[in-house]
Design a protein around this ligand. Structure first.
Ligand code: AMP
Ligand code: MG
Length: 548
């Protein structure tokens, strides 16, 4: 394993030096109905929330990386994470006392169509750890072998997609975006066959297992499956359980509380959408089985980061035709998905109007969150409808005049100077000088473009001046919400290509840089550069499929 940057290896009081000290309290197993069938064959599972299933053992597990922050959440010492037992456990080869593995049963709408039973086809939950602060963290292996929900697939995951899930979970967390977390990335020592672009070119790739960590992994699809089958008793059990464990502040379950719950899921989802827009994240497969009721970003598949600002962009080649999950469409799809969740819980409420109300509140909540976020990105304090509707809509036009790197643009916008003398301020080139770096081909900026950018900048700076916001304060506020470092698509690909050669140094270095996405980090600037030309049309950098 590649060692991370130096850190304190001491074992502060309160951390477990051995894995055996992890305390499991498996409420899912204890309180929800289980599939009575013990065999691990693919099947339709009825009347149950989950099936007990063991991870498949792998021949030669090797730790590629683990995250100190997630170890801290579980009170695990770094020594414990670097032990052979850790690798065996989180590869699925060994169970710790208290672990009771199972796979969830869920359904989902995929690309707008009801797909029936899906379920954890390659994810196996190990149990719920309660840490010393009393927090509950579910542990889940992804790529740990087949389950009753694997349908026609193998239950495995390749290193390529596992590196992407591992790095992006943590990058999102450090950006302040709600997300599931990743504890470990382990190669299995076995090859897995994948036809990456579904074009008749299957290839052997190294297999891997990621341990994901979240308060729970409950998805919209967990509720949809029971509603679709008319299993209203189980539906109620699952919703009551979810409220008790993940939403205890809502009080004892009742139809009134179910509505409060739905309202909160709507608000959390709106908040997540605002964050995705803020950082330029495109999920790629926003099916209802990939939506967490906790409002966490979940299931990192063919996701991507906006390079040039293009609201129509989708990284997912499987979605290239309809572009259902393109960047600019995500907030609407989230609402469509919430509508499916509302339908699923309707039998427990039997009133359509308050559910519809919550769905329109979602739209309002998103709109307000988006306005506040955009004015923060501009360092302008509170949103002022008198000026900011126009200012922001013109900004979005300016961003699309020519190919403009979204991340660099907002970061460099902080450097635009309001103290220029009037002559310089009237000069478009002088005013926009800090932004030059954001353009993929500055030659394409014709004088008319430069004039429009200049005009917009003058309007922007005058809005800041009217509100008495000095440059220094504007910069500070902007740099706290506009990241310098994001997991650019080509960076993840570089890390993957090295990891496939057995070199995990780029995975570890990226993980480290992405820990502090808002800091300047001298010496790490190469990770903040715009996409190089070679990556423009390269597989894995600009095009991804669901194959993982
Ligand atoms: P996704 O769209 O990737 O979130 O996956 C949709 C469904 O397919 C889920 O039920 C997954 O568990 C399942 N699935 C995806 N890949 C595999 C695989 N390699 N083996 C078994 N099930 C899979
Ligand atoms: Mg999924």
């Amino acid at each position: 394993m590649q060692k991370e940057a130096p850190h304190n290896m001491s074992n502060p009081q309160g951390q477990f030096n051995t894995l055996d000290a992890l305390r499991f309290d498996n409420r899912v197993i204890r309180e929800l109905p289980a599939d009575p069938e013990p065999a691990n064959n693919r099947r339709q599972v009825r009347g149950a929330c989950y099936s007990r299933v063991l991870p498949t053992k792998v021949p030669q597990p090797k730790l590629v990386a683990y995250t100190r922050e997630v170890a801290d959440l579980l009170d695990l010492s770094y020594e414990a994470c670097e032990s052979e037992t850790f690798t065996q456990v989180f590869a699925g080869n060994r169970l710790l006392p208290g672990m009771e593995p199972y796979a969830w049963c869920y359904g989902g709408h995929q690309f707008g169509n009801w797909a029936g039973q899906l379920g954890d086809g390659r994810a196996i939950n190990l149990g719920e750890v309660v840490n010393r602060r009393g927090e509950r963290w579910a542990l889940q292996l992804k790529g740990a072998g087949p389950t009753p929900y694997s349908r026609t697939a193998d239950g495995l995951a390749v290193l390529r997609s596992s590196v992407r899930e591992f790095l992006c979970s943590e990058a999102m967390h450090h950006l302040g975006v709600p997300t599931t977390r990743a504890l470990s990335l382990i190669t299995s020592g076995e090859n897995v066959i994948r036809d990456m672009f579904y074009d008749g070119n299957p290839k052997a790739e190294p297999g891997a297992i990621v341990c994901r960590v979240a308060p729970s992994f409950t998805r919209f699809g967990n509720f949809e499956i029971f509603a679709s089958r008319g299993e209203i008793g189980v539906l109620k059990q699952l919703l009551d359980f979810t409220i008790h464990t993940d939403f205890p502040h809502l009080g004892e379950p009742s139809p009134r509380v179910y509505l409060d719950w739905f309202d909160e899921v709507c608000r959390r989802t709106a908040d997540m959408m605002v964050h995705w827009v803020r950082v330029g994240f495109v999920h790629g497969v926003m099916n209802t089985d990939n939506m967490s009721v906790l409002g966490l970003t979940i299931d990192y598949g063919p996701y991507g980061w906006l390079e040039d600002y293009d609201p129509d962009w989708t990284p997912n080649t499987t979605d290239a035709g309809g572009r259902r999950y393109r960047f600019g469409n995500q907030p609407y799809i989230a609402q469509w998905n919430l509508f499916q969740l509302a339908n699923a819980i309707y039998p427990l409420i039997n009133q359509a109007e308050p559910l519809q109300q919550a769905l329109s509140d979602y739209a309002q909540c998103y709109e307000q969150g988006w306005q506040a976020m955009m004015t923060q990105k501009l360092g302008l304090g509170a949103f002022d409808p008198a000026t900011d509707d126009e200012l922001i809509s013109q900004l979005l036009d300016v961003l699309q005049l020519v190919e403009t790197d979204m991340t660099i643009f907002f970061r460099r916008l902080a450097l635009v100077d309001s103290e220029l003398d009037s002559q310089q301020r009237a000069n478009d080139d002088a005013l926009m000088a800090p932004l030059e770096e954001a353009y993929y081909d500055p030659e394409k900026l014709i004088p008319e473009h430069r004039a429009r950018i200049g005009n917009w900048l003058r309007a922007y700076l005058s809005r800041a001046r009217q509100n008495g916001i000095p440059d220094a304060r504007r910069r500070e506020h902007m740099n706290a919400v506009n990241p310098k470092y994001v997991l650019r698509n080509y960076l993840a690909q570089l890390a993957i290509e090295k990891a496939e050669q057995g070199d995990s140094s780029t995975v570890t270095e990226l993980l480290d840089v992405l820990r502090r996405p808002y800091d300047e980090q001298p010496g790490k600037e190469s990770f903040a550069q715009k996409r190089p030309e070679w990556a423009r049309h390269r597989a894995g950098c600009s095009m991804l499929s669901c194959s993982s």
